[in-house]
Ligand binder design. Structure first.
Ligand code: FE2
Length: 377
């Protein structure tokens, strides 16, 4: 059996002009960061991590960082009206601003991506405090969403310079078993999926690992298309959805209308025990989409053997699907704000590294039922 030579490995490493170590954090621009942080702690089981605001020398905003295992969310709100964060919220409502990626070298990440055509959002900056130095840079992606590149190998503080550690000894909700960001999905406009696929291929060196067309994901009334983009090592996955023609309005169009443009549709968070995690989240008030119970009638015929008992999956409405490497269990929340925009996915992978067509369709149909109830179909 041929052994991969060291020079071949070096060559592969060299080819990866944008090595990504995973998602560093997801930043949300919200109308009230103090209350949003409380929601992610009380409902989703995050812990207080760090705070930035006027007390730490940041004059135009307040930011709360919360963490659960390797998942870090930052909730940011503007303190005044004449502020780009305020403009973002006025235009989009609460939503994802930054999908931040951990890199070994944020300067190189910015150079490599902007040379390949990315529009700069932030030139590399060095942030220092007593705990070391953090380098960050950023580029624009779809809509007003950005990717920040975070280099923290020389930083040992709680989160980043400008923040101070934050905790409340009287409020420490238990965690819900959420571990890391599995993937983040973007909704883009008509005929915009392929240009963004090309952006992730050309600018960030991603590969298109899976495609669903409007035949795969459609009902009698509406349709969408989706392509899954993945970094070389698979640590970062960005599926991209585009509406497709149907008799009625596609749910991607509903999103685009209420978000007032392209943006992040959902963030998927991984767990090792989806039944336990979903029970815990439900008991704390997180609401999930429902599939008809008939979904479970022929489930095992579709996906083959699974380790889990079927009954708890049926009770909680957890979806199961398979790719060629294994299976996965998924469940989708309802939107977490009043606009039908951002929601969350809970995912447990049992060997599957990709996604299955059946769950995509089940999700699509579940959203469509909600869309109809809102009068937007
Ligand atoms: Fe997803």
């Amino acid at each position: 059996m041929p052994v991969t030579s060291e020079s071949a490995i070096n060559k592969t490493m060299q080819k990866d002009f944008l090595p990504l170590e995973g998602t560093d954090y997801v930043e949300f621009y919200v109308g009230n960061a103090k209350q949003a942080a409380h929601y992610y702690m009380s409902a989703f089981g995050f812990q207080a991590l760090a705070y930035a605001g006027p007390e730490t020398g940041v004059k135009d905003r307040a930011s709360y960082a919360v963490r659960q295992h390797k998942l870090t969310f930052v909730l940011t709100t503007p303190l005044r009206t004449d502020n780009p964060i305020a403009d973002h919220i006025y235009k989009h409502g609460d939503g994802v601003k930054a999908l931040s990626l951990r890199v070994p070298d944020a300067t190189s990440a910015w150079n490599e991506t902007t040379e390949r055509g990315a529009k700069s959002y932030m030139e590399p900056i060095r942030l220092k405090d007593a705990d070391g130095e953090l380098v960050m840079s950023g580029i624009h992606t779809y809509g007003d969403t950005v990717h920040l590149f975070i280099e923290r190998k020389n930083y040992n503080g709680a989160f980043m310079p400008g923040y101070r550690p934050w905790n409340n000894p009287h409020f420490k909700p238990s965690d819900t078993g959420l571990l890391y960001v599995d993937h983040c999905v973007g909704n883009v406009g008509w005929n915009r999926m392929n240009p963004w696929v090309k952006f992730y291929e050309d600018v960030m060196g991603f590969k298109n690992i899976l495609s669903f067309d409007d035949e795969d994901i459609s009902t009698e009334y509406s349709a969408l298309m989706s392509k899954v983009m993945s970094s070389g090592n698979g640590f970062v996955k960005f599926p991209i959805n585009e509406p497709a023609e149907g008799k009625k309005k596609s749910q991607v169009e509903e999103y685009l209308e209420f978000y007032n443009g392209e943006g992040c549709q959902h963030v998927a968070m991984a767990t090792n025990d989806i039944v336990k995690t979903v029970k815990e989240l439900q008991s704390r008030g997180v609401e999930f989409l429902k599939v008809p119970t008939s979904y479970y009638d022929d489930l095992l015929d579709r996906v083959g053997h699974i380790d889990e008992d079927l009954e708890p999956l049926r009770e909680l409405g957890i979806l199961v699907d398979r790719d060629n490497e294994g299976y996965l269990l998924q469940l989708f929340s309802k939107p977490v704000e009043d606009r039908p925009t951002l929601f969350f996915e809970i995912i447990q992978r049992k060997g599957a590294k990709s996604f299955g067509k059946g769950n995509f369709k089940a999700l699509f149909e579940a959203i469509e039922r909600e869309q109809e109830a809102r009068g937007n179909l």
